[in-house]
Design a protein around this ligand. Sequence first.
Ligand SMILES: NC(=O)c1ccc[n+]([C@@H]2O[C@H](COP(=O)([O-])OP(=O)(O)OC[C@H]3O[C@@H](n4cnc5c(N)ncnc54)[C@H](O)[C@@H]3O)[C@@H](O)[C@H]2O)c1
Length: 447
Amino acid sequence: MEIQTEKGKDFEIRDSSLAEAGRKTMDWAESRMPVLKLIKQRFEKEKPLEGVKIGACLHVTKETSQLCDTWLAGGAEVFLCASNPLSTQDEIPAALVEKGVHVYAWKFMDTEGYYRSIGNVIASRPHITIDDGADLVSILHKLKRGETDSEIEVVKQIIGDTRDIIDGVWGGAEETTTGIIRLEAMAKDNALLYPIMATNSSPCKNLYDNVYGTGQSTIDGILRATADLIASKVFVVAGYGHCGKGVAMRAKGMGARRVIITEIEPHAALQAVMEGMEVMSMIEASKVADIIVTTTGNRDVLRKEHFTVMKDGCLLANSGHFNVEINIPDLENLSVEKIQIRPFVEQFVLSDDRKINLLGEGRLINLAAAEGHPSEIMGISFSLQALATEYIAKNKDKFTKIGGKVLEIPKAIDDNVAHLKCKALGIELDVLTKEQEKYLSSWKVGT
Ligand SMILES: NC(=O)c1ccc[n+]([C@@H]2O[C@H](COP(=O)([O-])OP(=O)(O)OC[C@H]3O[C@@H](n4cnc5c(N)ncnc54)[C@H](O)[C@@H]3O)[C@@H](O)[C@H]2O)c1
C-alpha cells in the first residue's frame, strides 16, 4: 500500500488536518496519566531540559504525545520518529507538529520511509536518545563504525557522510526488553559508545507495562482484528516471561477453554503450571491451538514444522518486539494463496486447503491492530522515561565520561513513581513504626 505523506521543513506525517482529532485524543490520554501530568507541571516551572535536544524513536501513540509534551514543558526540543511501521496513530503526529515537535511518522510506512525518518531524527544531532527496541542507537553506532547496508544508505541520503553525530550524545534510555538485550550484547562486546538507562528493567516498567499493558492490549488487538470469541478457544502463548504472563492471564479471564504455554526455560515453565496453565512443546501445542500468540523476543518460534500440523483456521499473532517470531517466509512457501480478509488479517491457504490466519503482519499486534497499552499503564512507564531524561540532562558531565554501559534507573526514581501512582489511585500505604524500622535494620549484616 503506497501512502502519501505531507512533508514540511522539519516534519513528515500523514495528514496535518487530523490535528484537531489529535488534540482531543491527547487530552483524553493526559487525563489518564496523572503522575506524568505532575511531572509535566514541575518541568514547566523548573525547565530542567532547557537547551536539550531529544531524539526519540518510539511508538507514536497518544501516550507518547504526553511524554513529548512533558519534554517540551521542560524546555527541550523534541525530534520523534516511529519505532514500528504500523504503530503510529496518524492524528497524533498532526497535533504534535502544531505543538512544535519535529515528527517523522505515519502508519503503514515502508522500510525506506522508516529509515528516512530515523535519519531525520539523527540529523538533529540529539543530546539524548530515547529508543523502543534500540533501532536509533543501532543506526548511530553503524554510522560511527562506517558500516554500509541498505538502511544506512537511506539514512546517509539525509545526513550525508557524517559519522560523528554519536559523539555529541550524552546518554539515552531504552523502553523495551528486546532493546535491552541488544544493548547488553553491544556493551559486552565493548561496542556501545555511550551510557543508556534501562527503563525496561525498572520495576515500574516491567511489572506493569509488560504484564498488564501487554496482557490487555494484545487481547484488544486480536479482538479488533478479528472480532472473534476468546471463550471456548484453545489459546497458546509462547514464552511465559513478563508479557506472556499477562497475555495468558487475560486469555484465561476471557474464558479460553485451555491456556497452553510453551517455554524453553524451566522456572518459567514451572511458574506457568503452578499458575494453572498447561505447558507443552510448540509442536504439540500447534496441533490443538485455535489462537497462538508469541511473546518471546526470539525468532522462528513458529516455523514450517508448526504450520504443517496446525488446525484449519488457526489464528497467529505476535506481541514480541520484532516481526521475526513467526517465520512468515516459511508460511508463504507453504501457501498456494494469500488473501487479505480484512484489515490486519491475512489468510494463507495451504496446498491441503487448510487456512492459517496471520494477524497484523506478525508485528506487535497490540500496536498494529489496537492502540498499544492503555494510557493508565503508559503513564507509569513514561513517568520513568521523563525522569530518566531529566537525570541524564542533570548528570550530563558524568554521563559523557561513563562510556558504553547499560545503567539501572536509580531506585529512588522508580520508588517515587510508584508512590505517586499509589497516591493517584487513592491507595494508602502503612508506614513503618520506629520499632519496625529498628527491627528490620537489626538484621542487616554487620549490625
Ligand atoms: N507488545 C508490547 O507492547 C510489548 C511490551 C513490552 C515488551 N515487548 C516485547 O515482548 C518480548 C518479550 O518481553 P518480556 O519482557 O516478556 O521478556 P521476558 O524475558 O520476560 O520473557 C521472554 C520469555 O520467552 C521465553 N522464550 C525465549 N525463547 C523462547 C522460545 N523459542 N519458545 C518459548 N519461549 C521462549 C523466555 O524463556 C522468557 O521466559 C520482547 O521482544 C519485548 O521487547 C512487547
